[in-house]
Design a protein around this ligand. Structure first.
Ligand code: HEC
Length: 400
């Protein structure tokens, strides 16, 4: 087995476990937020029980009661929900290191965005995770944190600032992943530093026969609600990196901010619906409207870039072949010459005229309609060369 294959296996296995753990975490998060919203009070509940819900699943009925702070006694067996979150982060972070931080030239930096150097890029990316957590955590604990509406607005403004900053420091694709990692890390830190420790304090007080401080429980609930609203956009960011029209445009920061708004609206709709109140249907068309606005903003970007005019002088294939071999083939060849690549990325090769012609539509998507390729423009393709590719492709991508 070649060495590169071991590397690919490691990456694939990390990705697999990361996704599975994420499914378990998001699943339990959605389940508990919906359960919490659906709890109902009745006269028969024990003192200390805030509400109860009946559910049917897997051939049986469940009757779930929620003690708002702590019950008067604790059973020996108590199921905790924390390893779903921790393992999502541990395997996700390992993947981030293996794919992005060990290949910053390929995936993290783009000299046309900011010439920050590979080592600096990795240091900034690593530091942005704890720094953003410290800022978020301190505003949640400040006076602002007691007012959910003001806290959400302040949190969103800070988030947009972070998105703007990261999209102006890293390559389009690197920025998307880094924003996802940053928000995902805040979510896991909520579990690790607030939700679980507070729960442990509540249990400790209970075992001592003391009354637990109710703010501990409220803090935990606030943070798990934040996590719930952040889930949809984070998943979007994690799966977005193969769509260059999202991340390679000049206003990718606006698109990402818009995705957080869409995620908020859709989650809010479901949270209200699960609480048994009248469904607020208007939230869904509003989310669709924001989605439509994002779609329109990316198509105008695509049209504006290097589109070929009908009257342009035809471009000869020899010229196309020269461009592809100088700007693309270092990486996209059966034996890539680019350091760090042991095989052609995504199996895309431009070694023969037939391969170039067959892949013309992909060349158009990656190098003309968006500037995703050449990756971070490491091979310094010019706008004129992109335009020539566009003319050749739009006139039928003909071979001589
Ligand atoms: C510095 C190396 C490098 C150069 C130069 C480069 N690419 Fe790529 N290319 C990559 C990598 C890495 C990927 C895989 C990205 C991923 O994992 O999504 C890729 C992926 C692609 C894909 C597949 C995209 C997908 O998601 O299916 C196409 C098509 C492509 N490149 C075309 C080009 C063209 C056209 C050029 C020249 C104009 C070019 N590339 C130059 C590194 C390079």
């Amino acid at each position: 087995m070649d060495l590169w294959q071991i590397g690919d296996w490691v990456e694939l296995l990390l990705r697999w476990v990361h996704v599975i753990a994420g499914i378990a975490w998001i699943g339990s998060s959605f389940y508990f937020i919906a359960l919490d919203a659906g709890l109902k009070k009745n006269d028969m509940l024990d003192p200390g029980v805030g509400g109860e819900a009946w559910q049917v699943h897997g051939g049986g009925f469940y009757r779930i009661q929620k003690y708002m702070v702590a019950p008067s006694f604790l059973p020996n067996e108590l199921t905790w929900f924390k390893w779903e979150a921790y393992s999502t982060w541990i395997f996700g972070f390992a993947l981030l290191v293996v794919v992005y931080y060990s290949n910053p030239d390929l995936y993290l930096i783009d000299r046309s965005v900011a010439d920050i150097g590979s080592a600096n890029a990795v240091i900034i990316a690593l530091l942005s995770l704890p720094i953003s957590w410290l800022i978020y955590d301190s505003i949640c604990r400040s006076a602002l944190g007691r007012n959910p509406a003001r806290l959400s607005i302040a949190g969103f403004v800070l988030l947009v600032v972070a998105i703007w900053g990261l999209t102006h420091l890293f390559s389009g694709r690197g920025a998307m992943m880094q924003i996802g990692a940053l928000v995902g890390s805040i979510m896991v830190a909520n579990v690790f530093f607030v939700i679980i420790p507070n729960q442990k304090k509540i249990i400790a007080a209970l075992l001592l026969g003391e009354k637990a401080n109710p703010t501990l429980g409220l803090q935990g609930k606030q943070r798990s609600l934040h996590n719930n609203y952040l889930t949809l956009p984070v998943v979007f960011l994690m799966i977005s990196n193969h769509y260059p029209f999202l991340s390679s445009g000049p206003s990718s920061w606006l698109i990402v901010s818009g995705v957080f708004i869409i995620g908020f609206l859709v989650r809010h709709f479901f949270n209200l619906k699960h609480s048994g109140r009248a469904p607020q249907w208007w939230l869904l068309p509003l989310a669709s409207l924001v989605t439509l606005a994002l779609m329109i903003s990316t198509t105008s970007f695509v049209r504006g870039t290097g589109a070929a005019s009908e009257t342009a002088t035809p471009v000869d294939f020899s010229e196309v072949q020269r461009i592809v071999s100088t700007r693309c083939q270092v990486c996209h060849s059966a034996v890539p010459r680019f350091q760090g690549l042991s095989q052609p990325p995504k199996g895309v090769m431009f070694d023969s005229p037939a391969e170039i012609a067959t892949l013309a539509p992909q060349i158009y998507v990656q190098a003309v309609a968006s500037h995703a390729m050449p990756l971070n423009n490491l091979t310094e393709i010019t706008d004129d060369e992109r335009r020539k590719l566009a003319i050749w492709i739009s006139s039928g991508a003909k071979l001589p």
